[in-house]
Write a protein that binds this ligand. Structure first.
Ligand code: MN
Ligand code: MN
Length: 360
């Protein structure tokens, strides 16, 4: 089973100038062969299909937890596409509110969806289960996963080059760092299982992440070293595989016993031209107020969203998790189970990589 946390894994900017053609390019990171749907469903299916998991527990725990993180990545890609599409069609039916977007690269964002993300690649082809490789052979699956993360990193770098929209840049900056961690995790697992030293292949593709400004804040926070354990009680054997030095920096890898703290999502405003969430969204809001009262709930929505200029009813983000949840979350977030727990808190202290392990 999985549990949900109503937060994004990282902060995204609010909507600015719409960029529907950029949103079409970002679709590659959702539904392309190397997109987040593929990483999510590859690791999910491999974990579902894992036989003899008790005796291979560290490897099972690794694949299952990276799968859980990828769920949050499809959420981030969707939020980015939705942000870039916000404001692209002005007005409402029966005016010609969508005439201005009839020539964009993917009109299905408006015709098949409500200015929302689709499970398609950048050319509008649907994501397919044919992109999932789950052979049952652990070495084969791990090797495939390393290749998949490498292709994913390649595509993120190209989307970064193609899209200067702030949301696309924030997304790719974060995902490049996290994808790097997954590459390292699978390489280390293969190394521990077979002795094959994939650590000599970093960075791959050979673009150092620290050259990318949108990656820097995440590296400074130590995100390039951390693997998150997405369960309060289970998957305790991650530390048996995710350990040792990072191949590029020499810093110790760290398992964090919680989900990332993340950030509240922006409450993206209704887009009435495509009836999202309705031609007259205020009617739904009035019904929700009545239902909330009948259920004995507060008139104020209980969820937390980032404050978005101009959006009605958006509650200001408190900067962290809601107070009640914060206390429970603070404890495990600070706790790390690596041998050297200081690694995540001192990102500036870089050791030089092992000789020959890094090209510059
Ligand atoms: Mn991912
Ligand atoms: Mn990944």
């Amino acid at each position: 089973m999985i549990r949900r946390i109503d937060r994004l894994q990282t902060e995204l900017p609010p909507p600015s100038d719409p960029d529907p053609d950029g949103a079409a390019a970002v679709q590659e990171l959702m539904g392309g062969r190397f997109g987040e749907m593929s990483t999510l469903m590859n690791y999910t299916m491999q974990s579902f299909n894992f036989r003899g998991r008790q005796k291979a527990r560290p490897f099972y725990d690794l694949v299952a937890n990276i799968a859980a993180e990828e769920y949050g990545h499809i959420e981030l890609v969707a939020a980015t596409i939705n942000t870039m599409l916000t404001g692209a069609g002005e007005g409402a039916a029966p005016d010609a509110a969508l005439e201005g977007v009839k020539g964009v690269r993917n009109v299905q964002h408006f015709l098949a969806g409500g200015q929302g993300a689709l499970l398609q690649d950048s050319m509008g082809r649907p994501w397919t289960g044919d992109y999932v490789f789950s052979s049952g052979d652990l070495v084969e699956d791990l090797t495939h996963n390393f290749f998949l993360e490498t292709g994913a990193r390649n595509n993120k770098l190209k989307v970064y080059e193609m899209c200067t929209h702030p949301a696309a840049r924030a997304l790719t900056g974060y995902l490049l760092v996290r994808g790097g961690v997954h590459q390292v995790a699978y390489a280390r697992a293969i190394e521990l299982l077979t002795g094959a030293d994939l650590m000599k292949m970093f960075p791959s593709p050979r673009i150092p992440t620290e050259l990318i400004p949108e990656c820097r804040p995440h590296i400074d926070r130590g995100e390039h070293l951390r693997l998150y354990r997405f369960s309060p009680e289970d998957y305790l054997e991650l530390t048996a595989v995710f350990r040792g030095p990072h191949p590029e920096t020499g810093e110790d890898l760290v398992v964090v016993d919680d989900a990332p703290e993340g950030a509240p999502a922006h409450d993206l405003p209704p887009q009435t031209a495509v009836f999202a969430p309705d031609y007259a969204p205020e009617e739904i809001a009035e019904i929700a107020v009545r239902l909330r009262r009948e259920a004995g709930l507060s008139d104020e929505p209980s969820g937390v969203v980032a404050s978005t200029p101009g959006s009605r009813g958006a509650r200001k983000a408190t900067g962290g998790r809601p107070a009640a949840k914060k206390a429970a979350a603070a404890k495990p977030a600070a706790k790390t189970t690596a041998a050297k727990t200081t690694a995540a808190k001192k990102p500036a202290a870089r050791k030089p990589a092992a000789k020959g392990a890094k090209r510059s």
